[in-house]
Ligand binder design. Sequence first.
Ligand code: HEM
Ligand code: SF4
Length: 556
Amino acid sequence: MYKYNDFDAAFVRARCAQFRGQVERRVDGSLTEEEFRPLRLMNGLYLQLHAYMLRVAIPYGTLNPDQMDQLAYIADTWDKGYGHFTTRQNIQFNWPKLPDVPDMLDALADVEMHAIQTSGNTIRNVTADHFAGAAADEIADPRPVAELIRQWSTDHPEFQFLPRKFKVAVTGAEADRAVVRAHDIGLVLKRHNGELGAQVIVGGGLGRTPMIGKVLKDFISFGDLLPYLEAVVSVWNLLGRRDNKYKARIKITVHEHGIDDIAARVEERFALIRPDFDESALDALAQIEHFFAPPVFANKPVDAYTRAYENDRMFRAWADTNLAAHKDDGYAIVTVSTKAHGKTPGDATSAQMRVLAQAARDWGHDELRISHEQNVILPHVHKSNLPALHAALKAVDLATANIGLISDIIACPGMDYCALATARAIPVAQGIATRFDELKLEHDIGALKIKISGCINACGHHHVGHIGILGLDRAGVENYQITLGGDGTETTVIGERTGPGFAYDEIVPAIERLIAAYLEVRDHADETFLATYRRLGMGPFKAALYPPKEDSAHAA
Ligand code: HEM
Ligand code: SF4
């Protein structure tokens, strides 16, 4: 876990003090809301539908128990007792009162957290694989690189007024759990002739023009990484379309200029600025790596686990669904679902946060992660502790065995909170989860990712859902478009639209028809929805979604 140095601590405190002054001036009327807006956005404070919203960064999704407890304290003291984990490893508080926000930021600073660069046209919270440092398939822990990028990009003078927001994600494993191909820059750590470095992918993104990133450089050594990234961002800063905010993202620049032209410009810029970077970044990286040294793993029997697995059906279902392979055989990676059927995906109450913090202390080597799928991860749990952990989670409704299943839905806040929303997203997720829980089909259906956004901005990643749902406004009525076949992993694909959208009342039944069709046409029980879609294409699913009407069938 990274620990702030004196510079980090002083920097964050200074920003808190500065913002306190700005809030005071807004409260006493010396600043208008318009004048205050850019100042609050510099500190992650949005104005949503009903209230302000504070977006707090969780760099590369990593938290320690004290930080999680502090989030619970903040939720209780200045919000409504819960927080919302987002698809970008942030937590959002939906109901702060403006005069309280400086106190919230101070409370965050007490545990080395802040809301800087969680908004605005700048490099946003750097995200990473939520299984970092634990996954069996990992080549290298992506977090030291992510931290290096965080330090380089935070308050970087050249990058405070970029053409648009800029998002960087890092993975160090074969499986992509960070959706790196849908980011402005995605880094995939890899080895080349024994040396560790990164593949640089650029120009991915969701939103209104979804695009999959392209490989800009197959391998860059860590020594060259920061000047190379600086060259990429600088080239875009110069070329990026400031005339049209919808065309301002780097994906459009890459599309308009072509990847070869961008690569040539980046190389040119890189050659120019490389001499300005000394080797201190490598020293910094070595120091940072030290903070992320893996815990000492215990070597002890796993009998308690085996006994519970054999005798307790609920535990077995949970273990089969929510555990992932750890690099140490005696351990498991636990994904805790925030998606109990009928609940708001990504919401955690303060009581739940405290249980998670204590679980991490008792059984999880003091580590927690937030995933882009809006769940919480305990990356290092010895198998013998899993039954106790499961019991503790069960007590606060956190033991739902649904990771990767149909009710493990990503949903943005949509019309329930977001000022940009064109439709509701949360109730659609709740409706689908509740319906398939009633049908008791969830485990039979198997791996399936549904992702829902309440508008074209795609905060809920609907483009890369196996089933994507996009809520739109059609003449004042909510309408939901379905896309199929999207994929947010190492084989990223943007989903295809099925056809006309569905009304709010129709969307859950439409999903039900889609799933019934899948169960009908799958080759065998292990053929996933995505595999079936890839084998058969849109045909059977479209037929299920848009059955011919009785009348028109007769007329024909
Ligand atoms: C006040 C609430 C929010 C506002 C105003 C907002 C605004 C936006 C906008 C305007 C875009 C499109 C950016 C572009 O293409 O240039 C976007 C994209 C995105 N937002 Fe949000 N958002 C909000 C909340 C959220 C939440 C709650 C999440 C996570 C659940 C989220 C995650 C994302 C992601 C992942 C994208 C992906 C599109 C991309 O940049 O590739 N946002 N957001
Ligand atoms: S997708 Fe639209 S509705 Fe959902 S959070 Fe983003 S901006 Fe708001």
